[in-house]
Design a protein around this ligand. Structure first.
Ligand SMILES: NC(=O)c1ccc[n+]([C@@H]2O[C@H](COP(=O)([O-])OP(=O)(O)OC[C@H]3O[C@@H](n4cnc5c(N)ncnc54)[C@H](O)[C@@H]3O)[C@@H](O)[C@H]2O)c1
Length: 272
């Protein structure tokens, strides 16, 4: 699917991978770019992209991706001139890392991972990305129905692409019971949408980045990164956000690519 002149929405666009994808999509010529983040700094990020390219294609939206009304408002704004969103990359994500069961050394009592934390991570990392994707599919489906179109046919060309951001943690990672569950969950959602959404001309895939040099990973601290990440990474370094962004744009542009792409720098964690 040609990226040039398409309309894109990226969540978590104020930082890290979402920001890098936004920059790449802008440079590749999208006609409109919705940059969504809960953090106000997404406004500066959008301005910087516009200034760099001498355009006004990037539009920032500040809000919580788990808020359904906010999501609809963003889509309404992006679709206001009768265009549909063609590219959806829902990157907004959080971690709330802790062991599933931890023994308190003083009392010998088992501390169980808090359910509230698990639900929060599910809301942000799994349910919200899936609904940002479904919103795009729904608008394609509705327009097609109103135009009297039924099943999409390949000669209409691909109308839209969704790329979810999984993680190497989807295969299991100590201390990431909630995060890993959400990232594995995206695979099931993508596999289902892949089968359903092509009826309306929309493709779907998942990229599983390894540890990437963003604030989310830097928050782990240099000691943790050196001890628990770099020594298990074939490249011996963190992945650059631009490397992930480039891989995402490749997945969008090349319609023969489907399913899961592992961009993990050869990260193979210890078994125990
Ligand atoms: N950095 C990595 O190593 C890595 C690896 C695999 C997958 N990922 C995934 O990539 C995505 C981006 O992560 P990142 O490393 O760039 O992190 P990041 O912390 O740099 O960026 C995440 C962005 O999401 C925003 N956000 C969080 N919750 C939000 C909400 N409810 N509504 C709107 N915005 C919200 C944050 O404000 C932030 O700007 C996440 O889904 C993450 O799980 C990251």
């Amino acid at each position: 699917m040609e990226i040039k002149n398409k309309v894109a929405v990226v969540t978590g666009a104020g930082s890290g991978i979402g920001l890098a994808v936004s920059r790449h999509l802008a440079r590749l010529g999208v006609s409109k770019l919705g940059m969504v983040d809960i953090d106000q700094n997404v406004n500066d990020a959008a301005n910087t992209i516009n200034d760099e390219l001498g355009t006004d294609i990037a539009i920032s939206f500040t809000g919580d991706t788990t808020d359904g009304k906010f999501r609809k408002d963003v889509y309404d704004t992006l679709c206001s001139d009768n265009k549909l969103v063609n590219i959806c990359v829902p990157c907004a994500g959080i971690t709330r890392d802790a062991l599933a069961v931890k023994i308190n050394k003083e009392t010998s009592n088992a501390e169980i991972y808090p359910e509230e934390e698990f639900k929060l991570v599910m809301d942000v990392n799994l349910i919200a990305p899936v609904y940002w994707a479904i919103e795009m599919v729904a608008r394609h489906a509705e327009l097609r129905a109103k135009q009297g179109l039924k099943k999409w046919s390949p000669d209409e060309h691909v109308q839209g692409t969704i790329i979810f951001i999984g993680s190497v943690s989807s295969q299991g990672n100590k201390g990431q019971i909630s995060y890993a569950s959400t990232k594995a969950g995206l695979e099931g959602a993508a596999a289902t949408l892949t089968k359903e959404a092509i009826f309306h001309g929309v493709r779907c895939g998942v990229i599983h980045p390894g540890f990437t040099d963003t604030p989310m990973v830097r928050a782990l601290g240099d000691d943790y990164i050196n001890k628990h990440i770099l020594q298990y990474t074939q490249l011996g370094r963190l992945i650059r956000p631009d490397e992930i962004a480039e891989a995402i744009c490749f997945m969008i542009a090349n319609s023969a690519v489907s399913g899961n792409l592992w961009a993990d720098a050869g990260w193979h964690p210890a078994a125990s």
